[in-house]
Design a protein around this ligand. Structure first.
Ligand SMILES: [Fe+2]
Ligand SMILES: [Fe+2]
Length: 339
């Protein structure tokens, strides 16, 4: 285990604790309206890249909890599955240029154990993708807020805060979510947070806090969002690929309530990660589609979505990994909000 006993080794901790490592260059959130108005927006959605290159400098104390089990799982299984994660993510800027992508959305799980070195590394690599887009938004996954210490020092907000802008902060709940990004006259990306620490080794579940659900309901009928396609992004999956709910141990425990609230959305898609397979499902009674991006980097299962959001119609096209680059599979294109 590459864990040092030096608790405050440079780079292991955040600014509060005096980590002296160089911080990644943070871009400033682009101003509302900075993205040109278009008749159609092309959005790349990817998730669960699970980047990791060791834990140099992380205190042993930080592993005296579920992280010890997580580390064992990483060493025995996960590290091999995600061995080429960085190489795969580094090809995304070329994909974005090749396919004419305008906007980026990542639905979390950048790391394995939510430590400072992992998050810094992930922010550095993600920055390359974000820089290739006109605008990029994200949410944390459960692995990014793995233990309560991640929230105590707000490490995800510190490193990824510039990728979580909000054009309508007055409509957020007290925790700052949901966040809205308005594009032109017909698209809004609405992100909300369903990830939380799960200190028990038996659980990796998520939940959308009740105030966020209330804020989402208010957003759905707000005049600033009227008539827009709502591309919603969160980490947890409300439904599995077979259309059924996930277990209470691993899934979104208030998925039914979330989906009930979404019944008023006329045009939209709920985009998520967490399940490491790419899929698309419809929920009875819901006009919006559910699109799981799976993992962009899980060996043998790599997937991404590209959404084309026009004024009248919207489509989702899956992409897969060829071994060298991601390519779209237009034969599997799905029309969103189909009657
Ligand atoms: Fe994941
Ligand atoms: Fe996850």
């Amino acid at each position: 285990m590459a864990v040092s006993g030096a608790a405050d080794h440079a780079g292991a901790r955040g600014p509060v604790h005096g980590g002296a490592g160089a911080e990644p260059e943070h871009g400033r959130p682009k101003l509302p309206g900075a993205v040109p108005a278009r008749d159609s927006y092309r959005v790349l959605h990817f998730s669960d890249v699970h980047l990791e290159r060791g834990f140099a400098g992380v205190s042993r104390w930080d592993f005296l909890n579920k992280r010890a089990v997580g580390y064992l799982n990483l060493a025995l299984h996960r590290r091999a599955r995600f061995a080429e994660a960085e190489r795969k993510v580094r090809t995304l800027p070329e994909f974005i240029a090749r396919e004419g992508v305008h906007l980026g959305l990542c639905t979390g799980d950048y790391t394995a154990l939510g430590t400072w070195p992992e998050l810094r590394y992930a922010r550095e690599i993600t920055g390359l993708v974000a820089a290739a887009t006109e605008d990029f938004v994200t949410v944390p996954g459960n692995h990014d807020v793995y233990m309560p210490d991640t929230l105590e020092d707000s490490r995800f907000d510190y490193l990824f805060g510039d990728l979580m802008p909000n054009d309508l902060p007055e409509l957020a709940s007290a925790d700052g979510w949901p966040k809205v990004r308005l594009y032109g006259e017909h698209l809004a990306i609405v992100t909300f947070n369903s990830a939380r620490p799960n200190p028990s080794i038996r659980f990796s579940s998520g939940r959308v806090p009740d105030p966020q659900l209330d804020a989402l309901s208010a957003l759905f009928t707000h005049e600033r969002l009227a008539g827009r396609f709502l591309l919603m992004g969160t980490h947890y999956a409300p439904r599995l690929a077979n259309g059924h709910p996930d277990t209470l141990r691993h899934g979104l425990i208030n998925a039914d309530e979330l989906l009930e609230r979404c019944e008023v959305v006329a045009r939209g898609a709920l985009c998520h990660g967490h399940q490491h397979d790419l899929y698309h499902v419809r929920e009875p009674g819901l006009r919006m589609d559910l699109c799981g991006a799976g993992s962009a980097t899980y060996r043998g299962r790599e997937g991404i979505w590209v959404y084309d959001i026009g004024r009248e119609e919207a489509f989702a096209t899956p992409g897969s990994w060829t071994g060298e680059r991601y390519e779209l599979d237009t034969a599997r294109r799905v029309k969103l909000n189909a009657a």
